[in-house]
Design a protein around this ligand. Structure first.
Ligand SMILES: [Fe+2]
Ligand SMILES: [Fe+2]
Length: 275
């Protein structure tokens, strides 16, 4: 376990009062975000010289052979710190809420807080739902997560929700001041200070920018929280009605309905299966 500077970490979370109000999962998530933002950065410069700076693309690449996992691996499949936990069995006919509770813990808090924020802003309910599911697939696969998410959810959600979650990941790289969205500072650390968005993503952005569902897609990025509100515990139970109206739950259970993406849900259900 890398060393954490306690004072830095407390400040990062907004002080001791903020930490007191956090759930155990929120704290675990916060530690992970903190480590992503700090441990992967290049070492701090000696006192009195330049402050910490984000790594360059070349420096991030040099870190690849220093890890036992790849950064694109889903959170269920590789622990960034320590070992993976034993998982609880899923109930028969597992539904989306069961997966959120028992398999998608790595991003459930983040997604629930994003959905809560969208609901407080009175956004359309399908956008609230899109926020609720937008990053759940990170537990299966991180690389290309917008496209993985869209594929995994497509049989069960509207075309608009599929579009919004497919393209939210690319919109994250493109600021929209009018919408209140800036390029995330965290991305300088995660992708490199000199990272250049590849041409295919630039083209994807230009297509989405002109699309009638740009607004819904942009809303996901605006509500994409990287903070943890003190004292706020968001439960999936608060969104069962939204899920009921926007997710076509297969009666056989997710992974068992014979759909073209059933194997993706089974992979999330049984991530310890060796083949
Ligand atoms: Fe995302
Ligand atoms: Fe997100």
């Amino acid at each position: 376990m890398p060393r954490i500077d306690r004072r830095d970490f407390i400040a990062y979370l907004g002080g001791t009062a903020a930490i007191a109000g956090m759930t155990a999962e929120a704290k675990a998530d916060a530690i992970e975000h903190y480590l992503t933002a700090n441990v992967t950065a290049v070492p701090a410069a000696p006192a009195g010289t330049a402050a910490k700076r984000p790594p360059t693309v070349a420096e991030l690449e040099a870190q690849i052979p220093t890890r036992p996992y790849r950064r694109g691996a889903g959170k269920l499949f590789a622990a960034e710190q320590g070992n993976v936990p034993l998982l609880a069995p899923l109930p028969a006919n597992a539904n989306l809420a069961d997966f959120i509770r028992h398999r998608f813990m790595g991003t459930s808090e983040h997604c629930l807080q994003s959905a809560r924020l969208a609901r407080r802003k009175n956004l359309d309910e399908d956008v609230v739902f899109a926020c609720l599911i937008h990053d759940l697939v990170l537990n299966v696969m991180r690389t290309e997560h917008g496209f993985w998410a869209a594929q995994m959810f497509e049989p069960y959600v509207s075309e608009k929700v599929t579009f919004a979650i497919r393209h939210h990941a690319t919109l994250r790289f493109f600021p929209d001041k009018e919408a209140g969205y800036e390029y995330p500072e965290l991305y300088r650390t995660m992708f490199g200070s000199d990272y250049v968005v590849p041409a295919h993503q630039q083209a994807e952005y230009e297509m989405v920018r002109k699309h009638r569902w740009y607004g819904a897609t942009r809303d996901i990025t605006v509500n994409d929280l990287y903070s943890f509100e003190p004292g706020v515990k968001v439960s999936v139970d608060d969104f069962l009605d939204v899920i009921g109206r926007h997710f076509k739950q297969p009666k056989e259970g997710l992974g068992l309905d014979g759909s073209p993406v059933a194997h993706m849900w089974r992979s999330a259900a049984n991530p310890d299966s060796p083949l």
